[in-house]
Design a protein around this ligand. Structure first.
Ligand code: ADP
Ligand code: ZN
Length: 225
């Protein structure tokens, strides 16, 4: 059977659980997990010119300019894994301009579905304050659910830390940027018939099941059904 690649994008506030759910979806369907936040942090760590450009924005909790991020994403989407089997985008698009750029990158097919993970603001504030992440692979933990061995990642063994931009001030900026720049994408994708809204409150497994149901409504199902 010849099937088309799976193309998913996730929307949702900081702390809504996009990273956690994207990772599960990428394993479930064996597709690429493309997290712009992880890509940017890796570039900052590696000290590449792109990372140098992005560093200050990340620290302040501001969006990196569209022109900087679009090229990197276009390149990543052109790699064989994403092209053949597909991808789940986590953290992109975040502005109307990025959404339009993505449409032209993905011509002629476009995205298969956009899932909006909905979590109320009071809860994301609580989650962000206790969030800890693997500095290598980006896996998420929290003070309440730490990794098994001494703050080293269960997945890759990397060091699990508090993100530098999970400070009160940067969190406030990022949430404000979400409301002004990213929230309009909900209507944009609704207009294209691509939007699915999923309740992001609950344990990760429960939310994952809801996500799979939402994807199935757009014809995205695993090999075993
Ligand atoms: P969060 O959603 O909690 O802000 P991410 O890891 O997705 O975390 O992103 C971290 C930072 O990386 C953002 O605050 C922003 O500076 C930058 N970034 C990530 N994705 C994008 C994007 N699509 N456009 C612009 N900047 C981005
Ligand atoms: Zn890890």
């Amino acid at each position: 059977m010849v099937s088309t690649p799976i193309r998913i994008a996730l929307l949702g506030r900081q702390g809504a659980g996009k990273g956690t759910q994207a990772m599960r979806i990428s394993h479930h369907f064996a597709i690429a997990h493309i997290s712009t936040g992880d890509m940017l942090r890796a570039a900052v760590r590696a000290g590449t010119p792109f990372g140098e450009k992005a560093k200050a924005y990340l620290q302040r909790g501001e969006l990196v300019p569209d022109a900087v991020i679009v090229g990197v994403v276009a390149e990543r989407l052109g790699e064989p894994d994403a092209k053949r089997r597909g991808f789940v985008l986590d953290g992109f698009p975040r502005t109307l301009h990025q959404a339009e750029a993505l449409e032209s990158i993905l011509l002629p097919e476009g995205l298969g579905v956009v899932v909006n993970l909905e979590v109320p603001e009071w809860l994301v504030l609580e989650r962000l304050a206790s969030r800890r992440v693997c500095s290598v692979c980006g896996a998420n933990y929290s003070v309440a659910m730490p990794p098994h061995v001494d703050w080293t990642c269960d997945v890759c063994g990397g060091e699990v830390v508090q993100r530098a931009d999970d400070t009160e001030e940067a969190i406030r900026r990022r949430l404000a940027a979400y409301e002004s720049a990213t929230a309009p994408l909900i209507a944009f994708y609704e207009g294209r018939g691509l939007l699915e809204t999923v309740d992001g409150v609950g344990d990760p497994e429960e939310v994952h099941e809801r996500m799979l149901e939402a994807l199935a409504r757009h014809g995205i199902v695993g090999e075993a059904g």
